[in-house]
Design a protein around this ligand. Structure first.
Ligand SMILES: [Fe+2]
Length: 491
């Protein structure tokens, strides 16, 4: 091994270490936003497209501390809904907390009363937490407008209904009797034409998955439950015309540290790299479940899936193991190099041969995929996804990547060095003909001003930069998922 070789390796490492962001900038996007606002957005760079009509809703943790006591993980933060209502080239912003029972109780008490799934503990060490397994429905993961209702979703419990104009919380919603008290409705429904397809998971030594399909009016079309062997952590699913598809990650769950007050339930997951990931295909007509094994990987989110003859293709964001920060440390101090980055994989499931092949479509660190809503469950050409600024290594999302599956072409818009990107949502232009004729809406945290921007990108010309950048008067902490509906819910 020569000196030149070693020099090159050292230079490569240094190059890789040159970050596209300042860690302090990134950390400030995780400050709580306890205030609720509503106003016309008047500081705008560029022009809001006149034909962009409707409301962009976004959910995410609004509080990263309870009266100064830091929560352990952003996934434990109380849900706060933001809405941006677009009409005639103007935009109206609102944000409000989902007034869950737990949020109101903790606000009144001025302290943490509930343990979080991802490690938030009540003060007083393990003795204060032992045997306390009650859960706070934090309603922080997704928000959808369906069946005339605005619903804040969290995967382990019932939805909360909100007024789509004011974002005031109406209360827990049982979908007109579709759910019983205590039943969950996941945070990852998929819209297939006029149907909302969603699921609920009851994990245990064997896991029950219930599938729900609702029509546009919110009425139940089908509901069927299936038991699969083993514990399963299932955050998301993909759909095709015939299947609901889940990946049973090779993780085991030892609840003891949770029950004894040492750790959150989500911190008791252990990734087993010697075990396979199981692809679970549940027929949407309620038929027999098929399970096919593949390489071990960990998946939170699927991009899309589609069928070609006896094959099902599934595009997913795969991690080489469970990407969990250090159980004891502060998530803001995370060492990005120590946890795996998400990659986009395409899995080819052969239903006849019961085999799975996969290829890595994109190895650049990525999360939060989105696509044209009419292409859900179908063969598609374009995918948009949050990505890191640099092509290799794990890092915060600062950019949006467009992938053209037909030509292989990539296009990127980056908000680096001081901008941090959230999940993009694709909004088709009305009467659009081509699949990428529309906009991408996303919130970008701008550390330079400690505020967030609503960014509108032209999906056809991503790299040209934003069509409009709407400066909010404050920041919105990094969020999770959002959606767009064509109804205008502004003043
Ligand atoms: Fe998610």
């Amino acid at each position: 091994m020569g000196i030149a070789y070693l020099k090159n390796r050292i230079m490569e490492t240094q190059q890789r270490k040159k970050l596209s962001y300042d860690r302090k900038d990134w950390q400030r996007g995780y400050e709580s936003q306890p205030q609720e606002f509503e106003y016309w957005i008047d500081e705008i760079e560029g022009k809001i497209p006149a034909d962009l009509e409707g409301t962009f809703f976004k959910n995410g943790p609004g509080l990263l501390d309870i009266n100064g006591s830091s929560i352990h993980h952003p996934f434990d933060g109380d849900g706060m809904i933001s809405s941006v209502a677009f009409s005639k080239g103007r935009a109206y912003f609102r944000n409000k907390f989902v007034k869950t029972a737990g949020y109101l109780e903790e606000k009144k008490a001025g302290k943490i009363l509930y343990r979080g799934v991802f490690g938030t503990q009540k003060k007083g060490g393990w003795l204060a937490n032992i045997f306390d397994v009650k859960i706070k429905n934090i309603a922080n993961t997704h928000v959808i407008y369906w069946g005339g209702k605005l619903l804040a979703l969290w995967e382990a419990a019932e939805p909360h209904r909100l007024d789509p104009y004011t974002l005031e919380t109406i209360g827990l919603d049982y979908l007109d009797g579709i759910l019983q008290p205590g039943e969950a409705f996941s945070a990852h429904p998929r819209v297939d034409g006029d149907r909302l397809v969603n699921f609920a998971v009851k994990p245990g030594p064997s896991t029950t998955i219930t599938i729900y399909e609702l029509d546009r009016a919110g009425k139940l079309i089908t509901k069927h439950a299936h038991s699969i062997p083993g514990f399963a952590f299932l955050h998301d699913m993909a759909i095709t015309p015939n299947y609901c598809i889940f990946f049973q990650n090779p993780v085991s769950f030892n609840p003891l540290p949770f029950v004894l007050g040492w750790r959150g339930a989500g911190q008791c997951l252990e990734f087993n790299p010697k075990e396979k990931t199981k692809v679970i295909l549940i027929p949407r007509n309620g038929g027999k479940v098929q399970i096919v094994e593949t390489e071990p990987c960990f998946v939170f989110h699927h991009a899309n899936a589609f069928e070609v003859e006896d094959k099902v293709f599934v595009d997913s964001i795969c991690y080489s193991s469970f990407p969990s920060p250090d159980a004891e440390g502060d998530f803001r101090e995370i060492d990005f190099d120590s946890i795996p980055a998400g990659e986009l994989w395409r899995l080819e499931v052969n239903l006849t041969a019961k085999t799975v092949d996969h290829e890595v479509i994109e190895s650049r660190c990525c999360e939060f995929p989105t696509l044209h809503p009419n292409k859900v469950g179908k063969a598609y050409r374009y995918l948009y996804i949050g990505t890191a600024h640099q092509p290799s290594g794990n890092a915060p999302l600062q950019a949006v990547l467009k992938i053209d599956f037909e030509t292989g072409k990539r296009e990127i818009w980056s908000a680096a060095p001081r901008g941090f990107a959230g999940e993009p949502v694709f909004v088709p232009r009305r009467n659009a003909v081509s699949e990428d004729d529309g906009w991408l809406l996303l919130l970008v945290y701008d550390a330079g001003y400690h505020r967030s921007d609503v960014v509108i990108l032209d999906a056809k010309n991503l790299s040209f930069g934003p069509v409009a950048r709407l400066h909010l008067k404050h920041h919105v902490p990094y969020g999770l998922h959002g959606s767009f509906c064509e109804e205008y819910f502004g003043p």
